[in-house]
Design a protein around this ligand. Structure first.
Ligand SMILES: Nc1ncnc2c1ncn2[C@@H]1O[C@H](COP(=O)(O)OP(=O)(O)OP(=O)(O)O)[C@@H](O)[C@H]1O
Length: 385
């Protein structure tokens, strides 16, 4: 059975329109404040999102993610650049005329309205006929598994249920574009995980809806997004599929931000195919050299990126291992994270995640085995050690 939310009338068309990105930011700059006190919260930001894509805007606090989303929704005005929806320039359009669904962290439900009236709010504002409102509200509540709660007030719902209602309210207007600004940030860890699964289900049920998902949580970005846009200091630094950014990080920032990484400064030696010999001090390692391999000319300084879970902590002198001193140990439930000073890699502490609860006293000597190949090469934007 077709889902009514996936086939809004506005999208049904017999003629093929020229393919325009669903969302386009063209060199958008947003500044807050005036004169000397002004800060660029978004700087020369360019991004194209195809129809039906889910893009995560991922970055640390203050990197400009929410500002990008607000510029698209019309809540802030760019000082330069244009914002387009399906090719239409909406930069000067008020928010209500953009036809975008927005979900924010704080739910923002009307406390005195029952769930069904909260969900109907945007439809009434758009003067949709009453019979259609009833149908759309019940479709939207069904999408988020909240049909049984239509008569409740927001205060009679849990945080997760309130956020589902907020999502239903955004979906009820059948938007082409849905913006989600840290929608799970107010929920506890267990609930966040189950909501990620619900959002995956929703994303799959709405293949024509373009979603822009703002988060600082890399696991949410990896789970939900077809592509991840990494932001730092008001700018886009990297964009790619979750798999690309994870397994072949284009920059040390992205390598570190997506899940933690040991970044070892190295010098590239001989490259053969996608394998490179690299030297770190007097030690040689084999790294994988992602395409385009012309970046890895002999003598180039680079980072060798090794994920903590790829490191093996062994006994001292175990075959193929380097000697190391334990400088820290934190049990994290499923894993124990060790911080290690490896002999011959001065000024560099490496992190290793070991399954289960493992004890090695601080200052004890252990062996550490690197994966094979040892890691993936990452371009060094600045000086490496
Ligand atoms: N209304 C405002 N007035 C002045 N400065 C602002 C305003 N809103 C945001 N900023 C500043 O703009 C920068 C970007 O903020 P933004 O909220 O876009 O970041 P963010 O990446 O979404 O951060 P977070 O993850 O903490 O929400 C920050 O330095 C912030 O302090």
């Amino acid at each position: 059975m077709s889902n009514p939310l996936t086939t809004p009338t506005a999208r049904v068309s017999g003629t093929a329109a020229p393919a325009q990105p669903s969302i386009a930011f063209d060199r958008v700059t947003v500044s807050y404040g005036r004169g000397k006190k002004s800060t660029d919260a978004l700087l020369d930001f360019t991004l194209r999102v195809e129809r039906g894509e889910t893009i995560a805007l991922l970055g640390p606090s203050g990197s400009g993610k929410s500002t990008a989303l607000k510029a698209l929704a019309g809540f802030v005005r760019p000082s330069a650049g244009r914002v387009r929806l399906s090719g239409r320039d909406v930069t000067d359009l008020p928010p209500a005329k953009r036809g975008i669904g927005v979900v924010v962290q704080s739910y923002a439900l009307f406390p005195h309205m029952r769930v069904r009236d909260n969900v109907a709010f945007g439809l009434k504002a758009r003067r949709i006929p009453k019979a259609q409102i009833t149908e759309r509200v019940s479709d939207a509540l069904a999408m988020v598994s909240m049909s049984d709660y239509a008569s409740r007030l927001p205060r009679e719902l849990s945080g997760g249920q309130q956020q589902r209602v907020a999502i239903a309210r955004a979906l009820a207007i059948r938007p082409d574009v849905l913006l989600l600004d840290e929608p799970l940030a107010a929920l506890d860890a267990a609930l966040r995980q189950s909501m990620v699964i619900e959002l995956q289900r929703l994303r799959d049920a709405l293949p024509d809806t373009t979603m822009l998902y703002v988060t600082h949580d890399q696991s949410e970005a990896l789970a939900l997004a077809s592509r991840v846009a990494v932001m730092r200091d008001a700018q886009l630094v990297d964009i790619g599929t979750a798999d690309e950014l994870w397994s072949r990080p284009p920059s040390s920032f992205t390598a570190g931000f997506l899940g933690g990484a040991n970044l070892i400064g190295c010098t590239v030696g001989r490259v053969s195919g996608t394998t490179a010999l690299v030297s770190v001090g007097d030690k040689m390692f084999t790294g994988s050299a992602p395409a385009p391999t012309r970046r890895w000319a002999p003598g180039t300084r680079a980072w060798l990126c090794i994920r903590p879970h790829e490191m093996e902590v062994t006994t001292l002198w175990a075959a193929g291992s380097l000697a190391a001193r334990v400088t820290g140990s934190v049990w994290r439930g499923a894993t124990t994270r060790f911080t290690l000073a490896v002999d011959g890699l001065p000024d560099q502490l490496l992190e290793a995640d070991v399954t289960g609860r493992v004890e090695h006293p601080i200052e004890s000597r252990v062996g550490v085995r690197f994966p094979n190949p040892t890691g993936v090469l990452v371009e060094a934007a600045g000086p490496t050690r």
